[in-house]
Design a protein around this ligand. Structure first.
Ligand SMILES: *[C@@H]1O[C@H](CO)[C@@H](O)[C@H](O)[C@H]1NC(C)=O
Ligand SMILES: *[C@@H]1O[C@H](CO)[C@@H](O)[C@H](O)[C@H]1NC(C)=O
Ligand SMILES: *[C@@H]1O[C@H](CO)[C@@H](O)[C@H](O)[C@H]1NC(C)=O
Ligand SMILES: *[C@@H]1O[C@H](CO)[C@@H](O)[C@H](O)[C@H]1NC(C)=O
Ligand SMILES: *[C@@H]1O[C@H](CO)[C@@H](O)[C@H](O)[C@H]1NC(C)=O
Ligand SMILES: *[C@@H]1O[C@H](CO)[C@@H](O)[C@H](O)[C@H]1NC(C)=O
Ligand SMILES: *[C@@H]1O[C@H](CO)[C@@H](O)[C@H](O)[C@H]1NC(C)=O
Ligand SMILES: *[C@@H]1O[C@H](CO)[C@@H](O)[C@H](O)[C@H]1NC(C)=O
Ligand SMILES: *[C@@H]1O[C@H](CO)[C@@H](O)[C@H](O)[C@H]1NC(C)=O
Ligand SMILES: *[C@@H]1O[C@H](CO)[C@@H](O)[C@H](O)[C@H]1NC(C)=O
Ligand SMILES: *[C@@H]1O[C@H](CO)[C@@H](O)[C@H](O)[C@H]1NC(C)=O
Ligand SMILES: *[C@@H]1O[C@H](CO)[C@@H](O)[C@H](O)[C@H]1NC(C)=O
Length: 416
């Protein structure tokens, strides 16, 4: 009985204690924050506007320093935002002592060197924005200890090595930007655990291998950009079964092959589909006509065959359609004339035959029209064309006949 009571006594006093912050078992306070920020100031070698030099004064409270926000019961530093200041410097390990930090933003500066492992101590961190700097080295797998992270933005730096699979433990992550680095290896399948992820950008790295199928189970994804890597393999037919929230898909400039899955039509909210410069084969699935929100569709520079499906005519919001440099055959479907918002249409360098449907010349929004390098025939242009916004017209390398009509003087001269 007496033992139980004393145990209760100990517990009552332990619980409030656990809300205090420990770094390496030390109790920290606002002085710790100040020391950490002064260490950061000392590691900055160039401060062109002397912002920190003049403002981060040891004689004033850190909470009044520019870029610093203090909050909470303990009145500790919760946000450090020194973005856009033109600073050059390194990131000192003391940053890991800012244990109440929720926002750490140093984007658009010239910080260099590697990420300190000590960042792993920032257990309250939600926003980490280091994009547009000159940081290098490997991404520490211990970043996965910042369990509350929602935004991880490290794009436009010089990071190397692999994407640590432990990032898959950051289950609250909503936005992940690792693009424009020099990351290698495969996309870890563990990223498939990021059930809250809305934005995944890994573009312009040197990533290899197949896109793990688990990535396609991230039904929360709105924006996915894996472009300009060295990704291989095909997209299984079921790939798009669960991506019903996807609005923007960028897989261009890779080495993907195989057929375009017809399940793409399940991405009902898709507005941008960018699959150019891959090795996709087979036909353009007619189900693509169900993607009625599409504004921009680029399937150019693949090896697509067969006819252009007439269902494309259902995509009346389309502004840009590029099917250039494939192996498309048959006639241009007259339904393309239904695309009354089209600004750019490129069907060049295919094996298309027959006439250009006259309806195409009634799309008043059209600024760029290319059909060059096909086997099209007939009158080169109808005499009554209505393309008041036309800037570029590419018709060459076909079997057109007849005279080139006199265009109204409002037409700029353009390469034919
Ligand atoms: C912070 O804690 C240290 C001991 O760890 C103590 O010496 C110092 O006075 C404290 N500072 C404030 C502002 O509480
Ligand atoms: C530092 O800048 C803040 C505004 O960002 C200002 O309120 C404060 O007075 C400045 N402190 C010094 C010492 O210049
Ligand atoms: C940081 O400051 C910049 C302005 O320099 C601002 O645009 C941005 O929203 C702030 N917050 C974060 C998290 O970057
Ligand atoms: C980046 O910071 C510089 C100042 O160093 C500023 O002039 C520029 O507008 C910033 N760029 C962006 C995209 O915010
Ligand atoms: C802060 O961080 C540095 C380096 O990580 C460490 O040596 C120091 O003990 C930490 N603690 C305090 C209270 O400054
Ligand atoms: C973090 O991820 C790794 C590898 O994916 C896993 O082995 C480990 O159990 C995870 N750790 C935690 C704490 O979730
Ligand atoms: C992609 O990265 C390379 C360097 O690896 C860079 O030269 C190029 O400008 C980047 N492309 C874009 C569109 O940012
Ligand atoms: C889609 O979700 C269902 C149900 O959770 C699952 O069985 C299936 O494997 C998922 N498909 C993909 C491609 O992830
Ligand atoms: C796909 O996600 C659902 C939840 O969104 C989950 O129940 C299912 O197990 C996942 N499928 C796979 C193959 O991981
Ligand atoms: C793609 O990556 C290559 C090699 O890293 C680079 O040279 C090129 O500029 C990138 N292209 C784009 C559009 O980013
Ligand atoms: C998609 O389009 C195809 C053919 O155009 C049609 O048969 C099918 O019912 C549509 N599916 C959905 C889910 O709208
Ligand atoms: C889609 O296009 C096909 C063929 O052009 C047409 O028969 C069908 O009615 C269209 N569907 C919708 C929903 O507009």
């Amino acid at each position: 009985m007496e033992r139980n009571l004393s145990l209760c006594f100990v517990l009552v006093f332990l619980v409030p204690f656990s809300t205090l912050s420990f770094v390496n078992a030390e109790v920290t306070n606002i002085s710790t924050d100040k020391q950490a920020l002064l260490a950061l100031k000392a590691s900055i070698s160039d401060d062109p506007s002397n912002i920190l030099a003049n403002n981060w004064s040891t004689t004033t409270s850190v909470c009044s320093w520019t870029g610093i926000t203090c909050a909470g019961r303990h009145h500790r530093v919760t946000a450090l935002n020194i973005s856009n200041m033109g600073l050059t410097g390194t990131l000192p390990p003391q940053l890991g002592n800012l244990s109440f930090l929720a926002t750490l933003a140093i984007w658009n500066n010239s910080f260099y060197g590697s990420l300190p492992e000590e960042l792993a101590h920032l257990r309250r961190l939600k926003h980490l924005r280091f994009n547009y700097n000159r940081l290098s080295g490997k991404l520490p797998s211990t970043l996965s200890k910042c369990k509350k992270l929602q935004v991880l933005s490290l794009s436009f730096n010089y990071f190397t090595g692999v994407i640590p699979k432990e990032i898959g433990n950051l289950t609250q992550l909503k936005w992940m930007y690792l693009g424009n680095n020099k990351l290698q290896g495969g996309i870890p399948k563990e990223l498939g655990n990021l059930a809250e992820l809305e934005t995944l950008s890994l573009k312009n790295n040197s990533l290899m291998g197949a896109i793990p199928s688990l990535i396609f189970n991230l039904s929360s994804l709105i924006f996915m950009d894996l472009s300009n890597n060295s990704l291989t393999d095909g997209l299984p037919e079921s790939s798009f079964d669960n991506l019903s929230n996807l609005e923007s898909l960028h897989l261009h400039d890779n080495m993907l092959h195989g057929k375009l899955p017809s399940t793409l039509s399940k991405c009902k909210k898709l507005q941008v589909l960018f699959l150019s410069f891959n090795y996709f084969t087979g036909v353009i699935p007619k189900e693509i006509g169900n993607l009625t929100q599409l504004k921009r569709m680029y399937l150019d520079n693949n090896k697509l065959q067969g006819a252009i499906p007439k269902e494309i005519g259902n995509l009346t919001r389309l502004e840009q359609l590029d099917l250039m440099h494939n192996k498309l055959q048959g006639e241009i479907p007259c339904e393309i004339g239904n695309l009354h918002n089209l600004q750019s249409l490129d069907l060049s360098l295919n094996n298309l035959v027959g006439l250009v449907p006259t309806t195409v010349f009634n799309i008043s929004t059209m600024a760029q029209l290319g059909v060059a390098g096909n086997k099209l025939r007939g009158m080169i242009l109808p005499s009554n064309i209505e393309l008041p916004n036309l800037e570029f017209l590419y018709l060459g390398l076909n079997d057109f006949s007849g005279h080139f009509p006199t265009l109204s003087p409002t037409y700029p001269s353009s390469p034919i």
